[in-house]
Ligand binder design. Structure first.
Ligand SMILES: [Zn+2]
Length: 90
C-alpha cells in the first residue's frame, strides 16, 4: 500500500494490533545500516507496535547477552518484521 506525503498522519489499521491508529514508518532493513525509505524496505505499524518491534530487533541483535548490537544477515530483518505483523495481538 503506497502512502506518501499528506496521508502519513491519517489513521489506519495497524496490521499488528488491529487498532485504527496513526501509523509509523518502519525501515525493514535498518536505516542505521543504510536501509532505504522506499516501498520495498518500509512497512507501517502504530507507534506502540513499532516500539515493540524495535525492542525485538534490539534483543535479536544483542547476542551473548552483551550490550553490543550485531548486524544480522539482511533477510533476518524482513523475517522479523513479517513474523511480527502476523503475530496475533496480546
Ligand atoms: Zn499496533
Amino acid at each position: 500500500m503506497a502512502r506518501k506525503g499528506k496521508n502519513r498522519k491519517r489513521k489506519e489499521l495497524c496490521p499488528r494490533c488491529q487498532k485504527i491508529k496513526v501509523l509509523t514508518k518502519h525501515h525493514i532493513y535498518p536505516k542505521r545500516y543504510g536501509g532505504h525509505a522506499n516501498q520495498y524496505n518500509t512497512g507501517y505499524v502504530c507507534r506502540e507496535c513499532h516500539n515493540k518491534l524495535e525492542y525485538i530487533i534490539m534483543k535479536t541483535e544483542q547476542m551473548y547477552g552483551t550490550k553490543r548490537r550485531y548486524k544480522l544477515e539482511k533477510p533476518r530483518y524482513r523475517e522479523i518484521f513479517e513474523t511480527f505483523i502476523q503475530a496475533p495481538s496480546l
